[in-house]
Design a protein around this ligand. Structure first.
Ligand code: SF4
Length: 488
């Protein structure tokens, strides 16, 4: 019987097919990129060690589990060790490493599960409850279970994080004890899944497979789906896809006559099956106020769970970069950009530079999904009183290019998505995000910038990658606008 681990057990809760793949046909594991959620989780895990002075780490690697169990037993027998980090146990064909096993006295131990999130989530309880099941099964007298997570009310004073203030403990002993029967049932179910010789049939849907942390097996599970897969219908619910799949229907071309679709979905079906783009006759009117002349604006922000600037809190949104293209009425293009320094909060300098870059000429400022840019501008205006008026004036000039794209066009190349990453290269095929190195999506940008600030290591290559990424976004935005004008 292949053994389970804590992370495989959590995968199995999400999807039994994912669990089967992780055990029988895994994708090789890469080190998490610097600044990624997993990397931040590791940093928080180490930060939590400082809350247990004198604690000793079990350093054996995951594949040295038997040795790790032996080391754990030795440390538990040593009364001078107040806490054990990465304590290893084995029971019921499940191997676990406990983030912190704290000696409580009276022969009792505390399980401390460390998470970099700002609150208790359902899956944290499952995660901790399976550890309770295994530790008690292995003979540990567990007195309490706590989740140690980030306290979002913490205000950073600058310098190294004060881990004793940044992290808080929440007692979840009763919740975990109440879940033990369900945990035992779930383990039995997961072992049954693992004893199968083929992966279980689970219909992939975006709502199941791409929410939360996503699933690495998406490409594998969707490789055989037709080009007109019903998942490409905007806003289709996951259970509708599953109901259709249960009837053997995966393709739009197989949808039963009279199947209920909204207007956008019908447009997607028509354009996909005919391979002909849809362009509404009203698109010219929809673009009436959009210029040129026009500006094209994009921000990059981060919400670090480990704050890096004084007077900021975990998960506070910090804007650190913008790109601004300008297209004049006679077709002349210019570009300005800003990327914050790593040694100070970039927001005031960023706001001042933006105000200086936009002429007071009333030209529209186009963004894609502009509610994000509007929110960032409002937050800057609220923060800096003496910049509030020009920032609010910029916000008033924002127009959202997503609106005419979504309401007045559909090209088969959108593949069911109206994101700039698919719409841009479809309408402006000379542009591509594929050639970007290191930073290719917004989450990469946030992670890369945060990591530079946290480590204090300014990296010219990362700066270049950040500038290239954000600059491409506004360049593509401008190209999409021009294409829409051409279509109109
Ligand atoms: S892509 Fe979806 S169906 Fe496939 S293994 Fe992952 S979660 Fe399960």
């Amino acid at each position: 019987m292949p053994h389970l681990t804590k992370s495989k057990f959590t995968s199995g809760l999400t999807c039994s097919r994912q669990l089967w793949f992780k055990v029988h046909d895994p994708i090789p594991f890469d080190d998490p990129p610097p600044g990624s959620p997993m990397d931040v989780g590791n940093i928080v895990g180490h930060g939590a060690h400082t809350l247990f002075p004198g604690g000793v780490e079990v350093t054996e690697r995951p594949w040295e589990h038997t040795e790790a169990v032996t080391t754990t037993a030795t440390l538990m027998a040593d009364a001078d060790v107040p806490a054990i980090f990465e304590a290893a146990f084995d029971f019921d064909d499940i191997r676990i490493r406990v983030d912190v096993l704290e000696r409580l006295g009276g022969g009792q131990w505390g399980i401390r599960e460390v998470k970099s999130s700002g609150s208790l989530k359902d899956y944290h309880l499952w995660d901790a409850a399976v550890q309770l099941h295994v530790a008690e099964g292995a003979g540990v007298n567990v007195g309490s279970v706590e989740l140690v997570h980030v306290d979002t009310s913490y205000v950073h004073a600058g310098g190294e994080p004060d881990w004793s203030q940044l992290l808080m403990a929440e007692d979840i002993t009763t919740d975990c004890r109440n879940m033990l029967a369900d945990v035992a049932d779930e383990i039995e179910r997961q072992h049954a899944t693992l004893s199968e010789t083929a992966p279980p049939d689970v219909h992939p849907t975006r709502s199941r497979c791409q929410s939360g942390f996503g699933c690495d097996y998406w490409d594998r599970c969707t490789a055989e789906m037709p080009d007109d897969w019903v998942q490409l219908l905007p806003s289709i619910r996951g259970n509708s896809i599953e109901e259709l799949a249960d009837q053997g229907i995966h393709a739009m071309s197989d949808l039963p006559p009279g199947y209920r679709l909204n207007g956008t979905q019908q447009r997607v079906v028509d354009a996909t099956l005919s391979a002909e783009p849809y362009v509404s006759p009203d698109i010219g009117n929809a673009l009436h106020n959009f210029g040129p002349p026009a500006y094209y604006l994009d921000f990059e922000t981060m919400r670090p769970m480990i704050p890096v600037y004084p007077d900021t809190s975990p998960a506070e949104e910090i804007v650190f970069q913008w790109s601004l293209h300008h297209l004049s009425a006679d077709g002349e293009v210019s570009h300005r950009e800003f990327l914050g320094p790593i040694n100070e909060d970039p927001r005031r300098a960023l706001a001042e530079a933006l105000i200086g870059a936009i002429a007071d000429d009333g030209a529209p400022i186009l963004a894609y999904n502009a509610s994000f840019e509007a929110r960032v501008l409002r937050e800057l205006a609220d923060r800096f009183d003496n910049l509030a008026e020009p920032l609010r004036a910029i916000e008033r000039r924002l127009l959202d290019l997503l609106v005419p794209v979504k309401s007045h066009t559909y090209f088969p190349g959108y593949k069911g998505s109206f994101s700039l990453k698919t719409v841009g290269p479809t309408l402006a095929p000379t542009y591509s995000y594929d050639d970007l190195e290191g930073v290719a999506v917004g989450t990469d940008a946030s992670a890369a910038y945060w990591h530079m600030v946290y480590t204090g290591e300014d990296d010219p290559e990362i700066r270049e990658a950040l500038l290239a990424y954000c600059g491409l976004d506004t360049d593509i935005l401008m190209a999409v606008h021009q294409k829409l004008i051409e279509l109109s």
